[in-house]
Design a protein around this ligand. Structure first.
Ligand code: SF4
Ligand code: SF4
Length: 454
């Protein structure tokens, strides 16, 4: 299907497409550029998720259609789909789709199986051999990176179809782990119930993957809702595991531990993927500086503490590197919060990758073993189900930028795909009804109840 470039950008805006891989940056803003490289992130780097794998197996033709449309939009000279070479089935599926479409300009780039291979800065480096400057974006190297699920949504947007549903993996301590396709606004409880429910009476849930997902208590499961960026829901035991322990560790306690136990071995810095790609980030130095400060002391943005600002929070330092069980990532997060509003000053130095980078890539399996999640890692999720709940509660802020403004009121009847909240500015996104039904709430959330439909 041929869509003129300007109208494709307009269609992407109208459809409310945002980055589906995590951040939720509005896609009509991101793709309003001209680049040398279009890089499709199909690495699925979070170890327990199978969402992107499902998309590559079940919707490869649509993905290729989306890649070609975006490549034309951004005038990309080269287009790559980055898939881990260990994902042979997905590589075959996408390769077959490329051949069926005669899309000779689209290439598959085989990524090594390391974490975080799906960090967009790693993808840019692995494919183009250029380092994205610290605090910079891929555009500075002539590249734009889009997640494979976003590409699928762009393909739909080109056909006038808005984003109403999300693919996500539900796994961990559930009876039947599955990839689901659910309406945006479905509760996490609905998703877990669709997988036979939790096997545990008391549990925690991870919104996303085990490395970077947000952890919350299982009791909150009915109050959390699928958004355009939800890629997974993982049920884990409530206590006695690495993630639960970390979640319960208060910041002052964590900093006290850092003071008393950091032995300055530098492993956290030696294995930091951003440092290995060429950035001046040394978490062991941040730990040292924080150990010398009081918890409530006012921070100034010293050169060392500023390094925390370029931490991507991948978690390699705390889940794998540190032999003392410390959390440089959490310390960096804390420092970032304290320095909010500080502009990172790029050092005047060449961006050279570390000579040991290739040898310090960490296999996800090793990290999962360290975190005590090997069983879950080896239990690959292949089952699929589409669910249609009776009610959804859709947040008007589920993307980077301004929230969308509701244009429906309580009592209105809406149909699936109808615009219910308008983009709140240039960096924002439209939101559409994900099921037919009556609006029962129209504020920061728009709730729709199918039972109330006319
Ligand atoms: S979380 Fe740790 S390993 Fe990852 S970028 Fe930040 S400092 Fe580096
Ligand atoms: S790895 Fe742990 S002990 Fe070693 S320097 Fe980093 S925080 Fe300190």
């Amino acid at each position: 299907m041929e869509v003129a470039a300007t109208s494709l950008l307009e269609n992407i805006f109208k459809a409310g497409v945002v980055g589906a891989g995590g951040a939720g940056f509005p896609t009509h803003v991101k793709l309003d550029c001209k680049v040398e490289y279009l890089l499709v992130n199909a690495a699925e780097c979070e170890p327990l998720l199978s969402t992107d794998k499902y998309i590559m197996n079940a919707h490869a033709d649509e993905v290729i259609e989306g890649v070609r449309a975006i490549a034309e939009l951004v005038s990309a000279r080269e287009s790559y789909i980055a898939i881990k070479s260990v994902n042979e089935r997905e590589t075959r599926s996408v390769g077959d789709a490329i051949r069926r479409a005669g899309a000779d300009g689209v290439k598959i780039f085989p990524l090594d199986n390391y974490y975080p291979a799906g960090d967009e800065q790693m993808i840019v480096f692995d494919i183009t051999k250029k380092t994205v400057p610290p605090s910079g974006i891929p555009l500075e190297t002539g590249a734009v990176v889009s997640n494979v699920a976003t590409v699928l949504n762009v393909r739909d947007a080109a056909r006038g179809l808005p984003v109403t549903h999300k693919f996500l993996t539900v796994t961990g301590e559930v009876v039947y782990p599955k990839v689901l396709r659910v309406p945006i606004g479905a509760s996490f409880k609905t998703c877990v119930d669709a997988c036979g429910g939790s096997k545990l009476a008391k549990f925690k849930i991870i919104d996303g993957g085990p490395m970077m997902g947000a952890v919350s208590d299982g009791e909150d499961i009915g109050e959390k809702y699928v958004t355009k960026t939800t890629s997974g829901i993982i049920v884990i035991p409530d206590s006695g595991n690495f993630i639960a322990r970390l979640h319960e560790l208060a910041v002052p306690k964590m900093l006290n531990r850092a003071k008393s136990a950091c032995i300055q071995c530098t492993f956290c810095s030696d294995l930091c993927p951003r440092r290995l790609a060429g950035h001046k980030i040394r978490p062991h130095m941040v730990m040292r500086q924080m150990a010398a400060m009081n918890f409530d002391e006012t921070m100034n943005a010293s050169d060392i503490l500023q390094e925390a600002l370029i931490c991507c929070e991948c978690g390699v330092c705390e889940t794998f590197a540190c032999p003392m069980g410390l959390s440089p990532r959490q310390v960096n997060k804390y420092v970032k919060k304290q320095l909010a509003g500080t502009r990172y000053a790029r050092p005047d130095m060449p961006l050279e990758p570390h000579p040991m980078r290739e040898y310090r890539k960490i296999a996800p399996r090793k990290i999962m073993a360290r975190m005590g999640l090997l069983n879950m890692y080896e239990n690959k999720v292949t089952d699929f189900e589409e669910i249609t709940p009776e009610t959804v509660r859709i947040p008007v802020k589920q993307h980077i930028g301004a929230p969308a403004n509701p244009i429906v009121k309580v009592g209105d009847y809406v149909t699936r795909g109808q615009l219910i909240a308008e983009s709140g500015g240039k960096v924002s996104a439209n939101i559409h009804a994900s099921i037919d039904g009556a609006v029962s709430e129209a504020g920061s959330f728009i709730a729709i109840n199918a039972a109330g439909a006319a």
